[in-house]
Design a protein around this ligand. Structure first.
Ligand SMILES: Cc1ncc(C[n+]2csc(CCOP(=O)(O)OP(=O)(O)O)c2C)c(N)n1
Ligand SMILES: [Mg+2]
Length: 511
């Protein structure tokens, strides 16, 4: 058994079932081993940024890691932006990055680069295998790291000869570390703070899933203002679930949402900060006189801590939640308003929503509050080009659930080739392109940061309408049925058809 096969066998024995791959010559032994390790499903992506976002979307739904297979520094570099999003989401994933054979590496061949230097900022765990004998042990350690403390990105660099040389066979699985328990004193301090005056609770990470929302609803019933992180990795919503308020994206609105609090307790997250700095606006969102209490950070057991906190407050059982009404089906002009209403009216039960809708996001969020139960995946790291491939990975993780990919047009163009993988794998993804022909958020941010003037040269860097992009055609070219719609009625019928038929569909909604 060579090193490559023992690495794959080790990951498969540890529960890894999928590898999102874009290989090259230095990974050929890993590619060859795929046939000998049938438990591992290889999914080809046509760009490494698709592989890393697909692994992220997969992990957020499956809650187990996928592997990626990447080609040296340049391949990892292409994966970087979406590995960054996964890093911020603390999605469990194992990057296998091929590299030159140990003796070839110092010679300066064209693809030689500082692979670890590229990997470090997006890796919670990072190592380079020394040889074929140690590679499987390294793979077991990488997988344990990816699954430890709620999840993280583990990157294992695998020199080509560590793949082709003879190994000692697969390594035994290593038990991952559980989330760190929250000490009783932290719970008592948070309870005292919540009792003392006007109080808020901010949920992030694991606390945004059902197990965290249940105790959070009890705490809300005692009069605490409960919010969730603006860009939570996965938020359980819809039906009769408790609805924490989203912390708004805009600094002014976020400050307002957190104003008037004597205390703010954090569960599964860090102190909230503005997305960007703006002249004259604060970077920290909680008011200076609000006492911020870290009940549980992202790697701690926020769910158990919230249960303990609800008990410490003698919080009653959570009251029943009435969902707000769903929007009426719109008719007439297609605008962000009618588009978001249509999605709110039609969102199917059990959907997974992947949100890279950028300026339309908050409207989609609002309009879907009354929809049946669904999971909402947000862009955690701000690096656009995540949505289409994250939806691809989510659909691989949950073949029985409808995946709705809400995708702004500019962001779509970074990783449009994810559609090809959706077609090839027959994934049930409905992509809605919000075709506003603009980098609209940049037009908006332009004045907010204090940039002056509005000349043609500046505008040209934010207008994507010339030439006009044809998303329906791009989809067709990659094997995905695509339609362009320009009225609300046409959108509604296209959406209904896309949801009724299995397999991927794309609707280019011109707004
Ligand atoms: C990797 C990366 N590159 C560039 C940006 C800067 N950026 C943020 S939003 C945006 C354009 C968004 O346009 P679109 O996706 O069409 O959404 P809209 O603003 O029109 O709603 C850009 C270029 C980024 N966030 N991430
Ligand atoms: Mg746009």
């Amino acid at each position: 058994v060579n090193g490559a096969e023992s690495v794959l066998r080790t990951l498969a024995a540890g529960g890894v079932q999928v590898c999102f791959a874009n290989p090259g010559t230095s990974e050929m032994h890993l590619v060859a081993a795929m046939d000998r390790v049938p438990e591992m499903r290889g999914v080809l992506t046509l760009f490494e940024g698709v592989a890393s976002a697909a692994a992220d979307g997969y992990a957020r739904i499956a809650q187990i890691p996928a592997a990626t297979l990447l080609h040296l520094g340049p391949g990892l570099g292409n994966a970087f932006a979406n590995a960054h999003n996964a890093y911020k989401a603390r999605s469990p994933m194992v990057n296998l990055v091929g590299d030159h054979a140990v003796l070839h590496k110092p010679l300066g061949a064209p693809l030689t680069s500082d692979v670890e230097g590229i990997a470090r900022p997006v890796s919670h765990w990072l190592a380079t295998a020394r040889d074929a004998r140690s590679a499987a042990t390294d793979a077991a350690a990488a997988l344990a790291a990816a699954r430890s403390r709620g999840g993280g990105v583990a990157t294992l660099v695998l020199p080509a000869d560590a793949g082709w040389d003879e190994s000692a066979g697969p390594a035994a699985p290593v038990a991952p570390l559980p989330r760190a328990p929250v000490p009783a004193e932290a719970v008592e301090r948070a309870a005292a703070a919540l009792r003392a005056g006007s109080a808020g609770l901010l949920l992030g990470g694991i606390a945004c899933q059902d197990a965290g929302l249940r105790p959070a609803a009890r705490i809300a019933a005692t009069g605490v203002r409960v919010l969730h992180d603006t860009f939570a990795p996965r938020l359980a919503r819809g039906g009769t679930r408790f609805r924490p308020r989203p912390l708004p994206y805009l600094t002014e609105m976020a400050v307002e949402a957190l104003s008037g609090l004597d205390a703010l307790v954090l569960a599964g997250t860090r102190p909230p900060v503005a997305f960007f700095a703006y002249p004259g606006l604060p970077s920290r969102l909680a008011a200076p006189d609000t006492a911020v209490h870290a009940l549980a950070g992202p790697e701690e057991d926020a769910v158990a801590a919230l249960e303990a906190l609800a008990d410490a407050l003698d919080a009653p059982g959570a009251p029943a939640v009435d969902p707000p009404p769903r929007p009426e089906l719109p008719t007439g002009e297609l605008t962000v308003d009618s588009l978001t209403a249509a999605v709110g009216a039609l969102l199917p039960d059990g959907a997974i929503v992947v949100d890279e809708a950028v300026t339309a996001s908050a409207f989609f969020v609002e309009r879907t509050a009354g929809a049946p139960e669904h999971d909402w995946l947000y862009l955690t790291g701000g690096a656009i080009g995540w949505g289409l491939p994250a939806a691809t990975g989510a659909a691989v993780a949950a073949p029985d659930r409808p995946v709705i990919s809400l995708e702004a047009d500019g962001s779509a163009m970074y990783t449009i080739q994810a559609l090809w993988t959706q077609a090839r794998e027959g994934l049930d993804v409905t992509t809605v392109i919000i075709a506003n022909r603009s980098y609209a958020i940049l037009e908006f941010e332009f004045s907010r940061v204090g940039a002056e003037g509005d000349g043609a040269a500046a505008h040209a860097l934010m207008d994507i309408g010339r030439p006009e992009l044809g998303f329906a055609g791009l989809a067709q070219a990659m094997g995905v049925p695509g339609r362009r719609v320009t009225t609300a009625d046409a959108f509604v019928s296209a959406m209904r058809e896309a949801l009724a038929e299995p397999g991927p569909h794309l609707i280019e909604a011109v707004v």
